[in-house]
Write a protein that binds this ligand. Sequence first.
Ligand SMILES: [Zn+2]
Length: 76
Amino acid sequence: MILIVARPLPGTVSETRRVAHLFPKPSTYPGQLIALCGAKYWSGDLEMLNGVRGMPCERCLARSPEPNGSIASADP
Ligand SMILES: [Zn+2]
């Protein structure tokens, strides 16, 4: 599974909820992305990251098959 890392853009959620979620790479983009923890976001509300930065979502990390192995960059 290819994973991408993204967090909500400023203003879309409270600052304390702006954690870096892991998402299975979507087949359709833009569109709705569902994080491994179950959080749903519209792609336009997300800031794509080249790796886990800031505060990661612990629930996403716990569900990641390979915490450090298969996280792709935001570039296709
Ligand atoms: Zn998450």
